[in-house]
Design a protein around this ligand. Structure first.
Ligand SMILES: *Cc1c(COP(=O)(O)O)cnc(C)c1O
Length: 379
């Protein structure tokens, strides 16, 4: 008898894992770097060396591929190791297009790679719905987007982006680190690749650095991405793989609570006299709200930004006055974090100076609201 299993049940039960030999319902950690061959010189388990594979990689990869409605996935030693592998497939003379506002570290890295390897790179204004199409070129090989973009949370139309880049024969890769497959599956909107920093929502506990790429099709580019991972060595350790998998069990529960908390937090501070603006795609006042509703079918996530009335100094003072919410980088974890992005990104940052970014966690919402209330009162 067959019955449908939801993705939610699938991740809770670790892809319905039961160890054949022992009956254990949690997979073991495989620290081995080397794998033996049998009397016919055949690899016993198909893996020869730890840079080429690990049984736990396969388990996580199957889970993420299912979550994202993809054919296959690959895990990497960090999000940026995965980004590097994708960019490595781009040839000199080809064009890469990305949003002006996006994950700062990835943009910095793209600029360096483009310069060294003779790749054309340009950025479009993600807040202008027509700008993406105008910026596509005949030689655009890779369109890289995030939606919503970090940290202004502008929403980009994924279907439109896919259509635009496919017209010139390029591919669309969506960085979905802030927008887990619980709510958006970019491959279903026509994207070719999905990228996750597994360090964020997938793991959700701030104790693992990992990256995952998911593909819609099995093709030469996908083989190349796998070869680059195995040869450049940006691989995920066995314990980290296990932790990532363990974190993913509660992905749905966490994301649902984070989305509820963030929406309540955003609504509460929208009308606050010391707040200029709340940026959250789940607010009706947000310019991307209608599009976000179409692309995010199970919550708007835990990420939002608040523009405080005042300058950079005032924004930092609010951060420092918080007593429960920690000041820290990263996002998507169970604990709430705040960050003044302009000072983290440095002088080339285009982020408003009075913007503070929140990664809302799963703490009781009353306590989170009370914390920012008291912090704003120091202004
Ligand atoms: C954190 C992050 C990355 C980079 O991932 P790492 O795991 O830190 O290397 C890329 N994109 C976004 C949106 C992120 O939040």
């Amino acid at each position: 008898m067959s019955h449908t299993r939801s993705n939610e049940a699938m991740v809770v039960q670790l892809n319905h894992f039961v160890d054949e030999q022992t009956g254990a319902v949690v997979p073991p950690i495989h620290p081995a770097t080397t794998y033996a061959r049998d009397e016919n010189y055949e690899l016993i388990g198909g893996i020869r060396y730890g840079r080429y594979g690990n049984p736990a990689w396969t388990q996580v990869e199957e889970m993420v591929a299912k979550l994202d409605s993809g054919r296959e996935a690959k895990v990497f030693g960090s999000g940026l190791a995965a980004t590097t592998a994708i960019l490595e497939t781009i040839k000199a003379g080809q064009h890469v297009l990305a949003p002006q506002v996006m994950y700062h570290g990835a943009q910095k890295w793209m600029r360096r790679i483009a310069e060294r390897r003779g790749i054309e790179l340009s950025f479009f204004d993600q807040a202008d719905p027509g700008a993406l199409r105008r910026a596509i070129q005949k030689n655009t090989a890779l369109l890289w987007i995030e939606s919503p973009v970090n940290p202004t949370w502008d929403v980009i139309d994924i279907s439109d982006a896919a259509e635009a880049v496919h017209e010139v024969g390029g591919i669309l890769c969506v960085d979905a680190s802030v927008c887990s497959p619980v709510t958006t599956r970019p491959l279903e909107f026509g994207a070719d690749l999905v990228f996750h920093s597994g360090s964020k929502y997938l793991n959700g506990h701030g104790d693992v650095l990992a990256g995952v790429v998911v593909t819609r099709d099995l093709n030469e580019r996908w083989d190349e991405i796998g070869a680059i991972r195995n040869l450049s060595g940006g691989v995920l350790g066995s314990f980290e793989t296990w932790l990532l998998m363990r974190g993913m069990r509660t992905l749905y529960l966490r994301f649902e609570r984070q989305s509820q908390n963030a929406l309540a937090f955003a609504k509460h501070f929208e009308a606050h006299p010391l707040v200029e603006k709340v940026l959250y795609p789940g607010l009706e006042s947000h310019p991307g709200y209608q599009l976000a509703k179409r692309q995010m079918n199970k919550g708007f996530g835990g990420m939002l930004s608040i523009l405080v009335k005042g300058d950079a100094h005032k924004a930092q003072r609010v951060c420092c006055a918080l007593k429960l919410i920690l000041i820290g980088a990263s996002l998507g974890g169970v604990e709430s974090l705040v960050e003044h992005r302009a000072s983290v990104e440095g002088p080339d940052s285009v982020v408003p100076k009075n913007l503070i970014r929140f990664s809302i966690g799963i703490e009781p919402i009353d306590e989170l609201i009370a914390d920012l209330e008291q912090a704003l009162s120091v202004l």
